[in-house]
Design a protein around this ligand. Structure first.
Ligand SMILES: [Mg+2]
Ligand SMILES: [Zn+2]
Length: 210
């Protein structure tokens, strides 16, 4: 971070942010998958195990109506661990898309990190790294500084600090006390459900500073 960024409190633009067109940019909803959109099954392999959290279609539809691209960003270290294959992941992803589409809700795109540092070495994509976000920002012309980052772990929200966006934690049974405390300490918000997070994110006017 440069001195300028520290003084203004505004993060420096990342390479992807510098590559997006000012004209076309849209704010997006970056959603974690496991424990946020669907019940966390730990290394989900069988598409039949894909189960939406309550009212997930309602929450996703709200972003759809607000014309905010819905981008799923998920760490899938089970692939590096050999517990599931890329094909298994794709099948579960298709099942998630189907369940939502049956209810008139749509995910614009999915990005996953198949790595684990202990097995496949360090990577740029594993959350809280921003590799997947950088790719999505360029591919979907996303205004990351005015986007919302939603998940059940603090690491799902931390990229909001890099971009200057908004982070909302929706605690699941997997959420630790440290994650809740870290969320509040970082100035992020808490919501009791994905639906509430969607309400908060879509009713909000753009950041007052702009
Ligand atoms: Mg999660
Ligand atoms: Zn990765």
């Amino acid at each position: 971070m440069t001195d300028d960024a520290l003084v203004s409190g505004r993060p420096e633009a990342t390479p992807a942010q510098r590559r997006t067109s000012q004209v076309l940019m849209r704010r997006a909803a970056f959603l974690d998958r496991d424990g946020t959109l669907i019940v966390d099954r730990h290394y989900l392999k069988d598409p039949a195990q894909v189960e939406l959290v309550p009212h997930a279609p309602n929450a996703v539809r709200r972003f759809n109506y607000a014309l905010m691209p819905v981008i799923v960003i998920t760490n899938q270290s089970g692939i590096a661990r050999g517990l599931l294959s890329e094909a298994d992941y794709r099948q579960a992803r298709a099942r998630l898309d189907d369940l939502l589409e049956e209810r008139g809700a749509f995910i614009d795109d999915h990005y996953h990190c198949p790595h684990h540092p202990d097995i496949s070495g360090p990577c740029e994509c594993r959350k809280p790294g921003i590799g997947m976000y950088e790719q999505a920002i360029v591919e979907h012309q996303i205004d990351a500084a005015h986007s919302v980052f939603i998940g059940d772990k603090l690491r799902d929200l931390l990229p909001a600090k890099v971009y200057g966006g908004r982070g909302i934690l929706v605690p699941s049974p997997e959420t630790s006390t440290e994650d809740v405390e870290g969320t509040l300490a970082a100035g992020f918000e808490l919501a009791s459900s994905l639906t509430e997070a969607a309400l908060m994110a879509t009713d909000a006017s753009p950041n007052p500073e702009t």
